[in-house]
Design a protein around this ligand. Sequence first.
Ligand SMILES: [Cu+2]
Length: 121
Amino acid sequence: MIKKLFVALGLCLAMSGAVFAQSKEKVAKTTGAKELKTTTFAVSGNCGMCKATIEKALKTKGVKKAVWNAEKKTVSVNYYPTQISEEGLHQRVAAAGYDTEKVKAPNAAYEKLPGCCKYRK
Ligand SMILES: [Cu+2]
């Protein structure tokens, strides 16, 4: 009988411990401003000017580093997910006139690109 009680008590403690660990993790997620993430995604483009425009578009709060690779046509971004979402990164590149693998650039933004940068055939 007493033994059973101890087992129940032990179970209780183990469970509250798990809950505690979980809430701690949640706190780390919401306050983890220092948590740096890297993502790489496809972005259309042609030349060095495209590179400059794409990288400039990503120079914003929450982005530590953005490098567009003209050969692979991908951009690698180091960013803080608590300050900008991955979706937000795509939106910014698209708004500058460049299609990403997820977000197509609006025609108006694309038309503003210099002739050498018009990557759509
Ligand atoms: Cu270009």
